[in-house]
Design a protein around this ligand. Structure first.
Ligand code: GAL
Length: 409
């Protein structure tokens, strides 16, 4: 066989067997230490397939990143894949036909039976088709406590909200900030939601957020929630940081007694070499109402004409929900996996508490899943005003809140 023929045969063989080395730009807002460690597990797994993960991290919170993500897709400059939260954030993009239908790989991967709770998949489904891959369950319903801060203050680490409130004077006397809180709308809104569920209970929260019952929002039970929020506002009044992970760092260093924050905070404790039950404690539902809410993240894939891109998008989606990657990613992220058929015995005490609450079925939907982005935005704006203005009374804030719920969709 002539040399040229041999070379052509070799070239043909190589091109036929070469793994499609497709680049996908993936946007997300995971830029803290813990978040970056977790997202690198996705990147590592995707690169191992011969494709290339082009990291499109967007600094700031979801509130900063989401408008950028959505306008790029609407503006014809789509990324290969993007993080959004479970729920209704991509509703209009999916309805506009801009997002890749993943139903074929969801059927092949039996997601309907694998994903737990199935509400996570419902949030990805429109007209029977599936448009996102859920990757974790993050619950807001936690407070993280610094054992050092309470020891320095000469008091026991609290086991519930009332004990936490009672410990605030001792913390302040010891020069600590009782409650760490970043100064971004989603943070005060998130903390308010946790207080609402802990003090008002799940039924009241569902009546207001799922049923949009404005009377309940204006009622006496919710008045107790706003009074508790005034106490929390006072405890957080000396917290001067912006980002959520800076507030978490105040707990890590013992500068603050606690932080009400989703369990993504665990990634920060982990990066700082701290472990649950040693340097920090966690109280699900503020130690009052042990529940988890199914917040968290899903990935969406804007439609692309290039079949190689589409193939790589589907390969990434399958990877993200695979057993191996679910363990590697969620252990670093501090979140619970979206599938029940994996071994998480290596998860820390707090994750084990969350897994037990999930297994016991004490699960609530998250605000992102039941309120439109517009209604969420209005409540966030109210919370920014309320948390930053000590003269804003509980009664006035509750009246404004009830008016928003009356128009909520
Ligand atoms: C949430 C997201 C989490 C977390 C947090 C803070 O919206 O679900 O994964 O990272 O933002 O960035």
């Amino acid at each position: 066989m002539k040399l040229t023929t041999k070379l052509m045969a070799t070239a043909a063989f190589l091109s036929a067997t070469a793994v499609s080395a497709t680049e996908l730009e993936v946007t997300h807002w995971w830029t803290s230490g813990g978040e970056a460690a977790a997202v690198s597990e996705f990147a590592k797994a995707f690169d191992a397939t011969g494709n290339t993960w082009v990291d499109g991290a967007i600094a700031g919170s979801g509130g900063t990143a989401r408008p950028i993500i959505i306008s790029r897709i609407l503006g014809g400059d789509p990324m290969g894949a993007t993080q959004l939260n479970h729920g209704r954030q991509a509703e209009e993009l999916v309805e506009a036909g801009l997002m890749l239908d993943l139903t074929d790989i969801a059927t092949e991967g039996d997601w309907a039976n694998v994903v737990n709770p199935t509400s996570l998949l419902d949030a990805c489904t429109l007209d029977g088709k599936i448009y996102c891959v859920p990757v974790n369950i993050h619950s807001w319903q936690w407070i993280w406590l610094s054992n050092k801060a309470f020891a320095d203050a000469g008091v026991d680490t609290p086991t519930n909200w009332d004990e936490f409130v009672a410990a605030a004077p001792a913390l302040e006397a010891a020069g600590k900030v009782p409650l760490a809180m970043g100064q971004q709308p989603w943070q005060s809104n998130g903390a308010f939601g946790v207080i609402a569920i802990a003090i008002g209970g799940q039924d009241l929260w569902n009546k207001i957020n799922v049923d949009k019952d404005a009377e309940a929002a204006a009622g006496p039970e919710m008045a107790k929630v706003f009074e508790a929020a005034v106490v929390a506002r006072e405890m957080a009044s000396k917290s001067r940081v912006q980002d959520w992970n800076q507030a978490t760092n105040m707990v890590i260093t013992g500068e603050a007694g606690g932080q009400i924050m989703g369990d993504w905070a665990q990634g920060e404790f982990q990066i700082a070499g701290q472990t649950a039950g040693n340097e920090y404690e966690c109280l699900p539902g503020l130690g009052v109402n042990e529940v988890i809410s199914t917040g968290g993240d899903a990935f969406y894939f804007p439609k692309n004409d290039d079949p190689d891109i589409t193939a790589a998008q589907k390969e990434l989606a399958k990877l993200m929900i695979s057993q191996e990657v679910q363990v590697a990613f969620n252990l670093k992220k501090g979140s619970l996996p979206v599938r029940g058929d994996i071994d998480l015995s290596s998860a820390n005490d707090c994750m084990q508490k969350g897994l037990k609450i999930l297994a016991d079925g004490n699960v609530m939907v998250s605000g992102d899943e039941v309120l439109s982005a517009d209604t969420q935005g209005q409540i966030e704006d109210l919370m920014v005003e309320f948390w930053n203005d000590p003269s804003y009374s509980a009664a006035d804030a509750q009246a404004a809140y009830a008016a928003i719920i009356a128009e909520a969709d």
